[in-house]
Design a protein around this ligand. Structure first.
Ligand code: ATR
Length: 279
């Protein structure tokens, strides 16, 4: 039986083992998928031990995605543009790195939530691993101009440079948000919600019918999305669908078949996540 794992820190509450087990049952593919706790310091040795024990594929989550990119012996184009890897596949004595986060987000927004992303003037708040993972796919999906703001402005500059599309992708200061006009798509890619906090954002950001997205799910998504709802935003989406879709993309890379995602999404939405989405 092929052995897979998700590595990160903390990892105890990861939903990935449950999602991949459901995909395996659905497709009739036998697999073992568990969660391994690894800090940044432990990551390299832990991954090597996993490979030595027969591990053939891994998902990589916080705070290891940039380290996973650095250790990959080859990467896909989308992983290279993101500078971050969330999916590893064993190749000989190395790892092939991919990043399925952005594709997962776009599939969730367009497929599950029926949002047309084309031409949307987009604000991306945050410039860490999560933001870098989704920016390339959003651009490929045809959004309009992309504005990136971050508490540490150098990281926003670095993200914008990595996209290589000057004139379309812009870095701005967080404290200049009031001067940027309104946006059709606003994405919170900061980890601020994990500390139950919220970046200070003006209401002038909302276009007449914006979509507001938080890449996290569960309690971490509540402050930002509750703020949007309280201000009458109708299209409010958390990161649960993205989580399921990025898992399906990883599954397809490893097993050559893309599983159906609706059943496991509904199951997780019903059981684990406080905040339902509004379509
Ligand atoms: P992830 O992989 O989740 O993106 P990360 O790479 O550590 O994790 O990035 C966290 C992001 O959240 C960064 O954009 C960070 O801003 P800095 O680059 O300035 O650190 C942002 N962030 C975290 N806490 C925040 C807060 N309280 N207010 C605003 N931004 C915050």
């Amino acid at each position: 039986m092929k052995h897979f794992s998700v590595l990160g820190h903390p990892i105890a509450h990861s939903l990935s083992p449950r999602i991949h087990a459901a995909f395996g049952r659905q497709t009739g593919i036998e697999l073992k998928y568990d969660a391994i706790d690894a800090t940044a310091e432990e990551f390299f040795d832990t991954l090597q031990a996993f490979a030595d024990a027969g591990g053939v594929g891994a998902n990589i989550t916080l705070p290891l995605k940039q380290s996973a990119f650095a250790l990959s012996s080859s990467v896909t184009d989308r992983a290279r543009r993101a500078g971050a890897v969330n999916t590893l596949a064993r190749t000989g004595d190395g790892w092939h790195g991919d990043n399925t986060d952005g594709e997962g987000l776009v599939r969730d927004l367009t497929g599950r939530h029926g949002l047309d992303l084309r031409g949307r003037r987009t604000l991306l708040i945050g410039a860490g691993g999560a933001a870098r993972g989704v920016a390339p796919a959003l651009l490929d999906a045809g959004i309009g101009d992309l504005y990136v703001v971050n508490r540490t402005s150098e990281r926003a500059d670095a993200l914008v440079d990595a996209m290589g599309q000057p004139g379309r992708v812009h870095s701005r200061y967080l404290h200049d948000l009031r001067t940027l006009g309104d946006f059709d798509l606003i994405i919170n890619a900061t980890s601020a919600g994990r500390g139950a906090s919220l970046p200070d954002l003006p209401l002038s950001l909302f276009s007449p019918r914006p979509a507001v997205v938080d890449l996290s799910y569960g309690e971490a998504a509540i402050p930002f999305l509750a703020w949007a709802r309280a201000n009458d935003v109708r299209d409010v989406v958390d990161g649960l669908g993205m989580l399921v879709e990025q898992a399906a993309e990883s599954f397809a890379l490893w097993h050559g078949v893309r599983p159906q995602t609706d059943a496991i999404y509904a199951e997780l939405r019903a059981k684990d996540v406080v905040l339902a989405t509004a379509d």
